[in-house]
Design a protein around this ligand. Structure first.
Ligand SMILES: NC(=O)C1=CN([C@@H]2O[C@H](COP(=O)(O)OP(=O)(O)OC[C@H]3O[C@@H](n4cnc5c(N)ncnc54)[C@H](O)[C@@H]3O)[C@@H](O)[C@H]2O)C=CC1
Ligand SMILES: CC(=O)C(=O)O
Length: 310
């Protein structure tokens, strides 16, 4: 499957690198408003290919997206230290106004996979500007927050993060909701598993993991200016699910109807993803606190969407 990547900065190039090594693509086309950057990243990534599996990696223009199965959107500005994701909206909506039409004209059958922040609202923007069905316009959403949650829970419990089944819901941002009440390790509810291995999830542990997930981007941006490896791998996971028609359940963002009293808003829930895009969505069982927090996250995102003239 051909995969296009618009925006060959840290996120786009990390996704290209992870895709080249991690499978899912037979051809990767990197595009950037700075063609020299796209060419340099494509050349650098292509030098990793002999250590992995065969895949063509090159820089290109929009015409080179013809017959792409997925186009990743990673163009735009990222947060400065202390800046929230939502503060990027106006600048990145302007970028999408120039990019989305060019992508859909060149690759009308591609699934759009949005990474640019604020990713939920940018997925809404991409859906409106492209006119594509929401099932084919997917935001990476909370796939990264879910990975952070699983990683910290796995570390606390002394097990592989792959054996933790837990999701972060709602906004990929400050109002996100950690789904503690539905979390499982193996097939066991997380509190029971924690008690059985002598690693109780106390109020303090829970608060530390919550902040570990919710504040991760701020900490990393403070230390190295931006985040890119986690999202590069997360985008690759989504592309693989599409390319292999997996039916994987991933926490990803798309248009969501009737959530927390909000009729329509773009946010993350666990969703089934196949070659056709999103084919089903799951409403996890939440306790009263989580239900209220998800409603607040949905309202905040809907209010933000409403500020846009599209
Ligand atoms: N969804 C997620 O979980 C994450 C999202 N991000 C977001 O991804 C986006 C990209 O971040 P970085 O790669 O770190 O930024 P970056 O500044 O390294 O790269 C952005 C690239 O976009 C290009 N670009 C800008 N306007 C363009 C246009 N009109 N057409 C083509 N290319 C254009 C720039 O030339 C630049 O190379 C940001 O919005 C950031 O907040 C970052 C990390 C995680
Ligand atoms: C930057 C960003 O959105 C993240 O790392 O979560």
């Amino acid at each position: 499957m051909k995969v296009g990547i618009i925006g060959s900065g840290m996120v786009g190039s990390s996704a290209g690198f992870a895709l080249a090594l991690g499978g899912g693509a037979s051809e990767i086309v990197l595009i950037d408003q700075n063609p020299a950057r796209a060419m340099a990243e494509a050349e650098d990534i292509s030098h990793a290919v002999p250590f992995g599996r065969p895949v063509s990696v090159r820089a290109g223009d929009y015409a080179d997206l013809a017959e792409a199965g997925v186009v990743i959107l990673a163009a735009g500005v990222s947060q400065k230290p202390g800046e929230t994701r939502l503060q990027l909206l106006e600048r990145n909506a302007e970028v999408f106004r120039t990019v989305i039409g060019a992508v859909t004209r060149a690759a009308p059958d591609a699934i759009l996979l949005v990474a640019t922040n604020p990713v939920d609202v940018m997925t809404h923007v991409a859906t409106r500007l492209s006119g594509l069905p929401p099932a084919r316009v997917i935001g990476s959403g909370t796939i990264l927050d879910t990975a952070r949650f699983r990683s910290l829970l796995g570390r606390h419990l002394g097990i592989a993060s792959q054996s933790v089944h837990a999701y972060v819901l709602g906004e990929h941002g400050d109002s996100e909701v950690l789904g503690w009440s539905a979390a499982r390790a193996g097939s066991v509810p997380i509190a029971s598993f924690a008690a059985q291995v002598g690693a109780a999830i106390t109020v303090a542990v829970r608060a530390e993991i919550d902040q570990g997930v919710r504040r991760a981007a701020y900490r990393i941006i403070e230390g190295k200016g931006a985040t890119w490896h986690g999202i590069g791998a997360g985008l690759t996971r989504i592309v693989r699910a599409i390319a292999a028609d997996e039916g994987a359940v991933l926490s990803i963002s798309t248009r969501t109807l009737d959530i927390g009293g909000v009729p329509s808003v773009t946010l993350s829930l666990p969703r089934v993803i196949t070659r056709s895009g999103i084919t089903a969505e799951l409403r996890p069982e939440l306790d009263a606190v989580e239900t209220k927090a998800l409603a607040a996250s949905a309202s905040l995102l809907a209010e933000t969407e409403a500020t846009l003239a599209l």
